[in-house]
Design a protein around this ligand. Sequence first.
Ligand code: FES
Ligand code: FES
Length: 158
Amino acid sequence: MRVTMTVNGSPATADDVWEGESLLYVLRERLGLSGSKNACEQGECGSCTVYLDGVPVCACMVAAGQAEGRSIVTVEGLGSADDLHPVQQAFLRAGAVQCGFCTPGLIIVAHDLLSRIPAPTDPQIREAFAGNLCRCTGYEKILDAVRLAAREMSGDSK
Ligand code: FES
Ligand code: FES
């Protein structure tokens, strides 16, 4: 089947999509957007998180056909290498990226959290990341990154 959607603000079409194919597969293998990672393919790790019509979802758990006519935003859509989003910059500056497998999903979730709660408490940050696993960082640097992004985005860069 053909799946037509909007990805990172531009029209995108994938042909010959198998009925059981995931949105994650279409993004990575058909559209060349390898930012979203495939770590578990079971909805457990959050490394594949993307926005679907503005709501963070695990792309590995969304059938590609469900994305027909909808809007997807991946980590590539938040900023570019030359113009990183403040959340992306904060992850780098805080040292919250080690192997990086979890990072794209964490960045989407952090972006969503800060759009809803500009100055989240630590429990709110931890709750937001309840569906995202990181095997490398011990999570403290990730919390630092969100705190830093919150400060930067509020204009308080102290
Ligand atoms: S790859 Fe989708 S939740 Fe792990
Ligand atoms: S940085 Fe390696 S899994 Fe998080």
